[in-house]
Design a protein around this ligand. Sequence first.
Ligand SMILES: Cc1cc2nc3c(=O)[nH]c(=O)nc-3n(C[C@H](O)[C@H](O)[C@H](O)COP(=O)(O)OP(=O)(O)OC[C@H]3O[C@@H](n4cnc5c(N)ncnc54)[C@H](O)[C@@H]3O)c2cc1C
Length: 290
Amino acid sequence: MKIRYRLNPSNPCFSFEFYPPKTDEGTEALLKTVEELAPLAPGFVSVTYGAGGSTRERTLDLVTRIKRDTGITAMAHLTCVGHDRDELRALLRRLAEAGVENVLVLRGDPPTGGSGFVAHEGGFAYASELVQFIRDEDFGFCLGGACYPEGHVETVSRETDLTNLKRKVDAGLDFVITQLFFDNAFYFDFVERAHRAGINVPIVPGIMPITNYEQLQRFTRMCGATVPMRLALQLERVRDQPEALMQLGVAHATVQCMELLARGVPGIHFYTLNKSPATRMIVGALRARS
Ligand SMILES: Cc1cc2nc3c(=O)[nH]c(=O)nc-3n(C[C@H](O)[C@H](O)[C@H](O)COP(=O)(O)OP(=O)(O)OC[C@H]3O[C@@H](n4cnc5c(N)ncnc54)[C@H](O)[C@@H]3O)c2cc1C
């Protein structure tokens, strides 16, 4: 099933993102997590692509197994990092042969400590170039991409970032998924600006339930997402009480999702961080209300 057919404001779908574990035991545990989330009838699940090394192979393996063993529509993330065109073509071929129909096309991040992104020799400097390549090679995938309501961390301005997003969408994207955000105002403003800029593909909000204080600090430092002052103060108060912190995180994400659904989003993508309880609670609450 191509994901673009699942993204519908009159029947929005929930989707879950996972990252590939480093070990075989971790992979088995993750497949159990996916099974635990299956009763929530996700529209699709996606598996991220690492910066290098063995987990990259596991992305392909996991996507194939999720699709085969659970019947859930699965999407592979793919980045430009460390690959030339021939390698990318071979990876895409493997995905197509495994029956995977959906790919989230990304540039990837520069290596930690590196200054700026440098294209691999014979590879690509921007996600839009990889999108164009996949379309030119005629693979027939449904393609998604990333977008940034608060602007990408490297960009000089939100306007420039939007112009670059338009270029990426025009190269052949079917939908985009946003970076995580904790204040819906950023999303609604972004959607309005994107529409004005002529971006007409579905824009799926990405939501991360907060379950760990230190992890939140790390992520927000990395991706530049703003934590609203009131939420930041509440989190600070319970930072050393895991249960209370999770309840606060779940409550905040649930309220965010309720507003997003009420205002007609085509779906909600959950950054699960490979854990099911928080996402299960949120989706359970949302389903109970609908
Ligand atoms: C939903 C989602 C899933 C993700 N999954 C993964 C994953 O699985 N693995 C992983 O490593 N990372 C992942 N990331 C992180 C992503 O790789 C980083 O945010 C990365 O820094 C940018 O990737 P991109 O595809 O958005 O890049 P691009 O769209 O190429 O944009 C990168 C930067 O370049 C600028 N730019 C784009 N085109 C041009 C141009 N023609 N000229 C000048 N500037 C330009 C943009 O404005 C932006 O600042 C994900 C992010 C999101 C939101």
